[in-house]
Write a protein that binds this ligand. Structure first.
Ligand SMILES: [Zn+2]
Length: 253
């Protein structure tokens, strides 16, 4: 038995429906009328037959495994362009599950965020500037000035902006000191070295409780906000007299 259903041809033999045309079924899967049991079984079988390239995958199949999806995909429930419901599927030509609009088919890619910061050396590299955080996470702990990179700025500009916002200091970003890959957090940190020739007045803002200058011996190592803060400070201390710094690269899963 052969039928044409919603744009592609299927045949029935030996108790099974089987797709026989080469129509890209992923385009049609967003339609709710594909949720019929027999068709769903057909699509599942089709998906399995297409493995291992996994290019064709039914959105219903993904939603059955919804609990296994990471939050950064599961939390996208509606399209930010047209407001329709989002579905989770592997788009044609892709190899990862994405949130895809069921109406306008916009694919919502989620990528790691970039954090930029600076280790500000003062007094002939004998001291460093630290900020006491006034917001969570790690409220009340010490960190280097750093924050998320904004659109329409370079990493250097971002590090300078964050330093100015959190300390009031105008710096020039020097060499790249560290690249820290925080894989599960979905972040990449870029930390630059900066040397201040003249010490200006610190101006903390609402994100920063205090700004202080610490000699290397007096850094509050046990009260630092993040592991990346410690990595950057230790590497900056150990390489402070080197004219050219080889960036430290640390990856944390
Ligand atoms: Zn949409």
């Amino acid at each position: 038995m052969i039928r044409s259903i919603l744009g592609f041809t299927v045949s029935y033999s030996q108790g099974h429906w089987k797709r026989v045309s080469n129509v890209d079924i992923t385009k049609n899967l967003s339609s709710r009328c594909f949720r019929g049991t027999r068709l769903l079984a057909l699509v599942r079988r089709s998906h399995l037959q297409e493995a291992p390239n996994r290019r064709l995958l039914c959105s219903s199949l993904i939603s059955e495994r919804e609990n296994q999806l990471p939050d950064y995909i599961r939390n996208i429930k509606y399209c930010s362009r047209c407001g329709s419901k989002a579905e989770w599927k592997i788009p044609a030509g892709d190899n990862r599950v994405r949130a895809v609009c069921s109406c306008c088919h916009t694919i919502f890619y989620v990528n790691p965020k970039v954090v930029v910061g600076a280790v500000c050396l003062v007094e002939d590299k004998a001291s460093v500037i630290l900020c006491k955080r006034g917001i969570p996470p790690s409220y009340g702990k010490w960190t280097i000035p750093a924050g998320f990179m904004e659109m329409e700025e370079s990493s250097f500009q971002g590090a300078r902006r964050e330093t100015f916002e959190e300390t009031g200091l105008q710096i020039q970003t020097g060499q790249l000191l560290g690249v820290y890959n925080l894989v599960s957090a979905g972040q990449v940190h870029l930390v630059f070295r900066s040397e201040l020739s003249e010490l200006e007045e610190f101006v903390p803002n609402n994100e920063t409780l205090e700004v202080e200058q610490f000699s290397w011996e007096k850094i509050p190592w046990d009260n630092l906000a993040f592991a990346t803060t410690k990595w950057a400070l230790m590497y900056a201390r150990d390489t402070r007299f080197e004219e050219i710094v080889v960036p430290q690269v640390i990856t944390k899963s």
